[in-house]
Unconditional design. Structure first.
Length: 104
């Protein structure tokens, strides 16, 4: 059964972005949304996570759990997912020396 997915990527190769746009809409740069089957979702995520390089990616899709979705990440990110008694929470790691927070 098809379900809606959201994929957000940063600093990925152009061929990965091209693969994503074959199946999903790029609603803003690097943010993809669409309705696909579980098999297509797995194949897209495999393509993204295998070519992530220095980039980062996050995938959200519906699931039968308390939150109603599953969140999966790939690559180096400041925010890591943490399972807390079945709930997915986000833990932010400290900045490295010399790094600054992004300014809005």
């Amino acid at each position: 059964m098809a379900s809606m997915i959201v994929i957000s990527v940063t600093a990925v190769p152009d061929h990965v972005r091209g693969a994503l746009t074959r199946w999903l809409l790029e609603v803003t740069p690097y943010l993809y949304i669409g309705t696909v089957s579980a098999k297509v979702r797995q194949e897209l995520w495999s393509a993204v996570s295998n070519c992530i390089g220095t980039g980062a990616a996050a995938l959200a899709y519906p699931a039968a759990n308390e939150q109603g979705f599953v969140l999966t990440t790939a690559g180096e990110q400041r925010r890591q997912t943490v399972d807390f008694d079945g709930l997915t929470l986000i833990a932010a790691t400290a900045l490295k020396n010399g790094q600054e927070m992004a300014k809005p």
